[in-house]
Ligand binder design. Structure first.
Ligand SMILES: N[C@@H](CCC(=O)N[C@@H](CS)C(=O)NCC(=O)O)C(=O)O
Length: 234
């Protein structure tokens, strides 16, 4: 049994989709971001960095989205080529790139105050530099999807992996956030990536996951914010 500590439209949604794709039973616990519950002593016992998500796996709290997804993939033999597979190192390469580069840059865009403080000029400079890097890195993914060996819609074939799901949510978030500033890029400018997310967003596991977070279709190609019925996203 798994317990996912989540907030709507947060990185926890990547884990929720993975759990729904796998078909594993799981409970959820809402982290009330309007009360900054992710910073509470109780939550920091689960994740000392105070970030969402945490997934309790066999009683042990696991944080870091990519680590949770990879653990789930290995436990269930789904959503990733297994160790020894010819595509395994490729999967790890793109998953780490998403986690330590792309996701980190999204954080710079969404929470500039946590990195350069409240000065609007410094925040604007940080966002400009980060936007340019995000566009360069989206172009790297575009090349990867355009030149992939597999005939299927996903990077490694007919079935999505955690890489496709993580990139799909990245495409969603760059279109919506930050809500108070210019967006870094438009995923339509990356047609092979956009074709992949157009297919990914039609999967039943995504419909169940987004509904649970109070989010209407289309989820990835023309996204709208959560309706607020489940809890605060920020
Ligand atoms: N590296 C972390 C990043 C997680 C992250 O940035 N979570 C956001 C929500 S999407 C969060 O907790 N934000 C609250 C904050 O920064 O205070 C992971 O992959 O899990």
């Amino acid at each position: 049994m798994y317990t996912l500590h989540f907030a709507p439209d947060n990185a926890s949604l990547i884990v929720r989709i993975a759990l729904e794709e796998i078909g594993a039973p799981f409970d959820t616990v809402l982290v009330d971001r309007s009360a900054r519950e992710q910073q509470s002593a109780a939550y920091r016992k689960l994740n000392p960095s105070g970030l969402i998500p945490v997934c309790i796996i066999d009683g042990a709290p696991v944080f870091e989205t990519a680590a949770i997804c990879l653990t789930l993939a290995e436990r269930h033999g789904m959503l990733a080529p297994p160790p020894g597979d010819a595509n395994r190192s490729g999967l790890l390469k793109w998953l780490f790139f998403l986690s330590n580069t792309m996701h980190s840059d999204l954080r710079l865009m969404f929470y500039p105050d946590q990195y350069v403080g409240e000065d609007p000029t410094q925040q604007s400079t940080l966002r400009q530099v980060t936007s340019a890097r995000l566009r360069r890195n989206f172009a790297i993914f575009e090349d990867a999807y355009r030149n992939k060996d597999s005939a299927g819609p996903y990077l490694f074939g007919e079935d999505p992996t955690v890489v496709d799901i993580y990139l799909g949510l990245t495409c969603r978030w760059v279109q919506l956030y930050p809500s108070n500033a210019e967006k870094a890029l438009d995923p339509r400018d990356y047609p092979s990536v956009f074709a992949m997310i157009s297919t990914l967003e039609t999967r039943p596991a995504l419909a169940r996951s987004f509904a649970a977070d109070g989010i209407a279709a289309p989820y990835l190609t023309a996204p709208t914010p959560p309706d607020g019925s489940v809890g605060s996203a920020t």
